[in-house]
Design a protein around this ligand. Structure first.
Ligand code: SAM
Length: 246
């Protein structure tokens, strides 16, 4: 899985490879996740426990083709998501009594942080249904009621009025960054939505035209384990999208 982890650091292919329907039932998925991950608190939000892949898990050491599902992005707590969730925990006013969409939720830490700090409604959205199963387990682990999970691609859709949209480490691919940029601008203009982006300064993010409309509002030193796993990244930041302020 170390090899799989390394391959995940390259741009997402969106590849989803599933075995039989029996192996995608919620019960089977949850059992698979429980057996093949471990609870981790060594990250920027130790008050949130997360089931993640670590060097102590069997699949970490196996070749990626042994993994029976699509690329397990949900099994890693990405530096952008860590900064974002830390920011939400430290700034509860931004989430309290708000309606929040966590786009590309992965393990669901940002959603959990928002709920812990008093958000009125949180939806985690990820195109990988296995992320939904992991998110459900992570909600349980942190003693919060199960939160809604939406498995469809909503980028480009009018999803109604959100007070806040949060995105952790979602600008890893140029095409995805372009479509997110267009859609986030629409959400802001149409609904006055606040947008927060967590990112450790990846190339596609730092060179994207959206940069002209972002304001960095927080920056955190990454824990040692995240630095080692992320090719020498040392910090991760949160940016607020402010179209019109370029
Ligand atoms: C790099 S991971 C980040 C996960 C999490 N936000 C974090 O920071 O730990 C990107 C996630 O986005 C999801 N994703 C990719 N394209 C998506 C789309 N169009 N809509 C929703 N989720 C998407 C992937 O399945 C993956 O879980």
């Amino acid at each position: 899985m170390l090899r799989l982890y390394r391959s995940l650091l390259r741009p997402c292919t969106g590849k989803v490879l599933y075995c039989s329907a029996q192996h995608t039932s919620a019960t089977y998925l949850q059992s698979f996740i429980l057996h093949n991950t471990e609870v981790v608190t060594e990250h920027l939000t130790p008050e949130i426990e997360l089931l993640l892949l670590t060097p102590r898990c069997k699949f970490w050491h196996l070749r990626p083709e042994h993994w029976p599902y699509g690329d397990p992005y949900w099994a890693i707590y990405w530096p952008g998501g860590q900064a974002l969730a830390r920011y939400l925990l430290d700034n509860p006013d931004i989430v309290r009594r708000r309606r929040i969409l966590d786009l590309g939720s992965g393990c669901g830490a940002a959603s959990i942080a928002a709920k812990m700090k008093g958000a009125s409604y949180v939806v985690a959205n990820d195109i990988d249904p296995v992320a939904g199963a992991a998110f459900g387990l992570n909600c349980q682990l942190n003693r919060i009621d199960p939160l809604p999970f939406h498995p469809e691609n909503v980028i480009g859709e009018d999803t109604g009025c959100w007070d806040l949209i949060v995105l952790g480490d979602m600008f890893y691919d140029e095409q995805l960054a372009d479509s997110l940029h267009r859609w986030l601008r629409h959400c802001m203009v149409q609904h006055g939505t606040t947008v927060l982006i967590g990112d450790p300064g990846r190339g596609h993010f730092m060179t994207h035209p959206i940069q002209k409309q972002l304001r960095k509002i927080a920056e955190y030193n990454l824990p040692e384990s995240s630095k080692q796993e992320n090719y020498g990244l040392t910090t991760s930041a949160v940016w607020r999208y402010e179209p019109g302020c370029s």
